[in-house]
Design a protein around this ligand. Structure first.
Ligand SMILES: *Cc1c(COP(=O)(O)O)cnc(C)c1O
Length: 392
């Protein structure tokens, strides 16, 4: 019998580094188990407690929680009376939820191109997009970097528009030292697992007063208003958007850690800049995010690949990094170029700044449990992949 083939030496296992991963501590896991055993697992005391704590976090403004960040924006538009015949200004560089909610209420999104430096909506171009049908603006704080709130709200006030801040990515960010959510008009947060704190799925809406809070509750659950022991009335069409107590308990374990999580993200972002500023990495010509260490929560660290200089497509860069054990993401493809939006009339070339960034943007790993050594590994691998792909 032939001798068995020698077994190839096993490569030392390097754990796969995803682009993000939530940090859930043991106390939260135990707390969730308690809720599951308690006999009350859907919306109840934990939802109330999370809303109260989020309200304190947002400077005392009323906050209601929901089962997604998407529905909070849809509900904000409904409370604002936005519907058929109306237009809502937003950015083409976001998760598609941002403009889908506009279509969902029967209104039309009006996209405004981005500022390629901040990658957020270009406020210089917003006023030109306002017309008689415009009712609201939905700005997005991409990667947690806040849109200029002073200019934004000045424009909204001048033109009598409502603002629904899509702050899905900017929980814990600040503007002029004030927390996002503590001022402004409607502010929407998402607690999807990729966000800076999570409730597994979930979201929160900051509103202006108790009247809006009551409407938010109605839109959240079939339009129902209860009174006394047996009173129940339905005045409007609501959906089914309530958060469970199990999910709220996860959020209660996450909320006290937001400062620590964001501090760790900031340190990792600093490490990225330091390593990407080194000569070999710098020679790649990557587009880096703004070096903001005061207002952003560093929800993501995104680079823009130098497409003119690369012989590789972004997907190939991602595949090679994946093979090296590094996860990356694309946040996001340009919204107006999806088939649904093309059918509504948008086309290539409509928003050149956004299109170029969207073709080349790449999200690198960044989450609180990462270490500086992980950042070193990402930058080394990225540099190796891109250096080999540079055109002569
Ligand atoms: C995550 C996200 C949303 C939607 O949040 P969900 O909780 O997934 O519904 C909306 N806008 C932006 C910019 C997001 O990143």
């Amino acid at each position: 019998m032939p001798a068995p083939a020698p077994v190839a030496p096993v490569k030392p296992a390097v754990p796969y580094l995803p682009f993000t991963r939530p940090t859930i501590d043991d106390a939260t896991v135990a707390g969730v188990a308690d809720v599951l055993r308690s006999g009350w697992i859907t919306s109840g005391p934990n939802v109330k407690e999370l809303e109260a704590k989020l309200s304190v976090y947002c400077g005392g403004r009323p906050v209601r929680v929901f089962n997604s960040g998407t529905c909070t924006m849809e509900i904000a538009l409904r409370i604002a009376g936005v519907g058929p015949g109306h237009e809502v200004i937003t950015t083409p560089l976001s998760w598609v939820a941002t403009s889908n909610v506009v279509l969902e209420v029967g209104a039309r999104p009006v996209f405004v191109d981005i500022d390629p430096v901040t990658r957020n909506i270009d406020l210089d171009r917003v006023e030109a997009a306002i017309g008689p049908a415009t009712r609201a603006i939905i700005p997005v704080d991409l990667a947690g970097l806040p849109v200029d709130r002073d200019r934004l709200h000045a424009i909204a006030k001048k033109h009598n528009l409502r603002v629904v801040e899509d702050a899905a990515q900017s929980f814990g960010s600040t503007w002029n030292g004030k927390k996002i959510g503590a001022c402004g008009d409607f502010v929407s947060f998402s607690f999807h697992p990729n966000k800076n704190i999570t409730t597994i799925e979930g979201g929160a809406l900051v509103v202006n007063d108790e009247r809006e809070a009551k409407l938010a509750e109605q839109y959240r659950l079939q339009g129902v208003v209860r009174s006394g022991f047996d009173g129940m009335e339905v005045e409007l069409v609501g959906g089914k958007f309530n958060l469970t107590d199990v999910a709220a308990r996860v959020g209660l374990g996450q909320l006290p850690r937001i400062g620590e999580f964001n501090e760790q993200r900031r340190e990792l972002a600093r490490a990225y800049f330091e390593l990407l500023d080194a000569p070999t990495a710098k020679a790649l010509g990557l587009g880096l995010p703004p070096r903001d260490f005061t207002s952003t929560n560093w929800h993501m660290f995104q680079v823009v690949l130098p497409e003119e200089r690369l012989a590789l497509k972004r997907a190939e860069v991602m595949a090679q990094l994946h093979a090296a054990g590094i996860g990356t993401g694309v946040h996001y493809p340009a919204i107006h170029l999806f088939a649904l939006y093309r059918r509504l009339g948008w086309k290539d070339g409509d928003f050149p700044q956004a299109e170029k960034v969207c073709r080349n943007i790449l999200t690198l790993p960044l989450f609180p449990a990462m270490t500086r050594a992980d950042v070193v590994r990402v930058v080394d691998e990225l540099t190796a992949v891109l250096s080999a792909a540079l055109k002569a």
